[in-house]
Design a protein around this ligand. Structure first.
Ligand SMILES: O=C(O)COP(=O)(O)O
Ligand SMILES: [Mg+2]
Length: 222
């Protein structure tokens, strides 16, 4: 990347915020109300990243629950109702993220958000955490026709921000993010928390904190 970096687009869950406790609570509430065993947060965390329908499908596969479309639809509605009822009570911004987003913005970079969280939930969670004003554009999974890992999702955010190729990079925590970035042909940086440790990237694309981006994007090849 040469000197013309203008923006950083971020994933949300597992990258900027630790939302797994609220997601797990909403899933587990439905499981216990329907008399199925609840799951450890670590198990549920491993299913986050492909959006809520896939989350429910993976949870059902894990516990041996029938997973016909009607059962998934019912559970998805109940899960989202639960999650809407308490969108961020247990969710925390990862350490140093809030400060580092300010550092990046102060360095002149614009910030965007590309998340497989439903668009309405994204707004609720950002509002609850006081983060809504940080981003020039934020698109949840159902705000686009093809969500991550499809590169269209990233392109849609970049388009909203009027960014051209070469002017932005993407930061995420899972293989879903990596695949989307690869498809979009943009540099992908991975965070050390969330699912990040399990994602394989060259060392110069592995962050210890978000502010590392300032130095790394100056050094990385374009
Ligand atoms: O809701 C999800 O599955 C994950 O959302 P993310 O894309 O922000 O990680
Ligand atoms: Mg994520």
């Amino acid at each position: 990347m040469s000197g013309e970096l203008k923006a950083v687009i971020f994933d949300l869950d597992g990258t900027l915020i630790d939302s797994a406790p609220d997601i797990a609570a909403a899933v587990n509430r439905h499981l216990s109300e329907t008399r199925w065993p609840t799951l450890d947060i670590d198990v549920i965390e491993g299913f986050i990243g492909f959006g809520p329908r896939r989350l429910i499908t993976d949870v059902f596969a894990h516990i041996g629950h029938p997973n016909d479309d009607a059962a998934i639809d019912r559970a998805l509605r109940a899960y989202l109702d639960n999650y809407r009822g308490d969108p961020a009570g247990r969710t925390r911004i990862f350490p140093k993220v809030r400060e580092d987003l300010d550092v990046l913005a102060a360095a002149g970079l614009r910030l965007g958000l590309c998340t497989n969280k439903p668009h309405g939930m994204t707004g609720r969670v950002l509002d609850a955490l006081g983060m809504a004003d940080l981003f020039d554009a934020a698109l949840g999974a159902d705000a686009v026709e093809n969500c991550k890992p499809h590169p269209d999702h990233l392109h849609a955010v970049a388009e909203r921000m009027r960014l051209s190729p070469g002017e932005w990079v993407y930061v995420g925590d899972t293989g879903v993010d990596q695949a989307a970035a690869r498809g979009a042909g943009v540099p992908f940086y991975v965070v050390p928390w969330g699912g990040g440790a399990a994602v394989s990237v060259a060392p110069e694309y592995r962050l210890t904190r978000l502010a590392d981006l300032l130095a790394l994007t100056r050094r990385a090849p374009s």
